[in-house]
Write a protein that binds this ligand. Structure first.
Ligand code: OAD
Length: 252
């Protein structure tokens, strides 16, 4: 099997790193069959209007439509499996010294692949919270209500994901910023680098002196600033990178 062209400077850099931080976006789950957001034709935002589905106002206007759209997305993710890109990141967590994984994804596939420490910046499709109280709700009585009702206050339940116009969970964002600032190597994987504050994280890492590695088949606004750009699918590149850095030959 021919080896993918991973620059030897990058391999050296990763072996020497004390702390590695990775940020993932929808692209890492693309090879699992989970649609991305902004790709022409296949992206969710090419087919659906975020204003009608992913804002608090949309939920107030039509809570049933929004709840059912997220139920449909849950179902797609249930049918999907982690791909070699997710598995390679779980492997890197086991082999690298200090490793932080930050994701913008709400699909939970990193945990299903075996990653233990995952900072979920945009929440999780499989959790719900009360729209009124903004508190997590784990169980609710069976009923025909769509959306179901909060067992504490009777308010409507909503998915525990971050919508347009909402803030990210503060503690998670702080932890992500810290992991970016402390990294020697920062990997930006499968994200269009357009959505803030996540898109700031590689720049925080760069300012603190980290090498920034972008893994994406397409260029993004981050590309001109990246120290290394690996143009390709994360499901191919990440396993090759993990094998070359921490595989048989990679162990000291
Ligand atoms: P996007 O849909 O904006 O970008 C997906 C990126 O993945 C693109 O740059 C693709 O080129 C790349 N890509 C596609 N296939 C890939 C593959 N096999 N391997 C590696 N990369 C691949 O998704 P995000 O950047 O995640 O927010 O979007 C950020 C946020 O915008 C999402 O978390 C979501 C959305 O609105 C919320 O819902 C809050």
């Amino acid at each position: 099997m021919s080896e993918l062209p991973i620059p030897s400077e990058l391999i050296t850099c990763l072996r020497a790193a004390h702390r590695i931080t990775a940020l993932t976006g929808a692209g890492i789950s693309a090879e699992s069959g989970v649609p991305t957001f902004r790709e022409a034709q296949t992206g969710l935002w090419a087919r659906y209007n975020p204003e009608e589905l992913a804002t608090p106002e949309a939920f107030q206007r039509d809570p049933k439509l929004v709840w059912e759209w997220y139920a449909w997305r849950q179902e797609r993710v249930r049918q999907a499996k982690p791909n070699p890109g997710h598995l390679a990141l779980a492997d890197i967590e086991r082999h690298a010294g200090e490793f932080s994984l930050i994701t913008q994804n709400v699909d939970g596939l990193h945990r299903r692949a075996g990653s233990h420490q995952v900072l979920e910046l945009h929440g999780n499709l499989f959790r719900a919270k009360c729209f009124n109280e903004d508190r997590p709700v784990e169980n609710w009585p069976d009923s025909d209500d769509i959306p179901p009702r909060c067992p504490r206050c009777g308010g409507l339940l909503r998915p525990d994901v971050v919508w347009f116009g909402e803030s990210l969970p503060v503690a998670v964002l702080r932890a992500a910023e810290q992991a970016a600032a402390n990294a020697n190597v920062f990997l930006s994987i499968g994200t269009s680098s357009l959505v803030y504050p996540a898109a700031d994280l590689p720049f925080i890492a760069l300012k603190s002196g980290a090498a920034v590695v972008e893994i994406n088949p397409q260029p993004t606004p981050l590309s001109p600033h990246a120290t290394f750009s690996l143009n390709g699918a994360s499901g191919i590149i990440l396993p090759a990178l993990a094998a070359q850095v921490w595989g048989e030959q990679g162990h000291h």
